[in-house]
Write a protein that binds this ligand. Structure first.
Ligand code: 5GP
Length: 183
């Protein structure tokens, strides 16, 4: 596995990471592959198992932890999330850059393991803008929004540990910056 081909992306929930990444994968399908994470959270209405995440029970997830199947895993907003070693190998063995969309805890674990990767943090213009985004997305309860905002404040304190920080105020500008961080 060639770790130089890992791209780690973090940023608060609702900041627009998925939109930016979808644009990247659509523009360069031959260059990038996405490591589909495992999670114990329930799927949202528009999410597809095996595409957005591998949705599993907490028992299955903790079983995978015991079998040492993850590159990293973390508890985020009360649910398990993890990157499976198999998923990363599948992408890299295909000769593509492997993109991990993971939280700051997971990103720091990857970094501490000494793996060579490019670390990119996507930040919101402000917490207020993030609140409006999460509310208008309509996928979260108000309790979940509050949890995500609280976590966002914590996550933002890690941004200086990344190689690049991109503020997603305007999608087109942020996308261009993302591409320039990679190529
Ligand atoms: P969401 O529930 O909004 O899809 O994701 C919540 C958070 O979990 C996001 O910050 C996302 O980047 C993070 N996340 C998704 N997959 C993984 C993973 O495999 N590992 C870790 N550590 N975080 C993940």
């Amino acid at each position: 596995m060639d770790n130089a081909k890992l791209i780690v992306i973090s940023g608060p929930s609702g900041v627009g990471k998925s939109t930016l990444l979808k644009q990247l994968f659509t523009s360069y399908p031959e260059k990038f592959g996405f490591s589909v994470s495992y999670t114990s959270r329930n799927p949202r209405n528009n999410e597809v198992d095996g595409v957005d995440y591998h949705f599993v029970t907490s028992d299955v997830f903790t079983g995978m932890i015991s079998q040492n199947l993850f590159v990293e895993w973390a508890l985020v907003h009360g649910n398990y999330y993890g990157t499976a070693k198999d998923e990363v190998s599948k992408v890299i063995d295909n000769g593509k850059y492997c993109v991990l969309d993971i939280d700051v805890q997971g990103a720091m674990l990857v970094k501490e393991s000494g793996v060579s990767a490019r670390y990119i943090f996507i930040a919101p213009e402000s917490i207020d803008v993030l609140f409006r985004r999460l509310s208008s997305r309509g996928t979260e309860t108000s309790e979940s929004i509050q949890k995500r905002l609280k976590n966002a404040e914590k996550e933002l304190t890690y941004k200086e540990k990344y190689d690049y920080i991109i503020i997603n105020d305007t999608l087109d500008v942020a996308y261009k910056k993302l591409v320039s961080c990679i190529f």
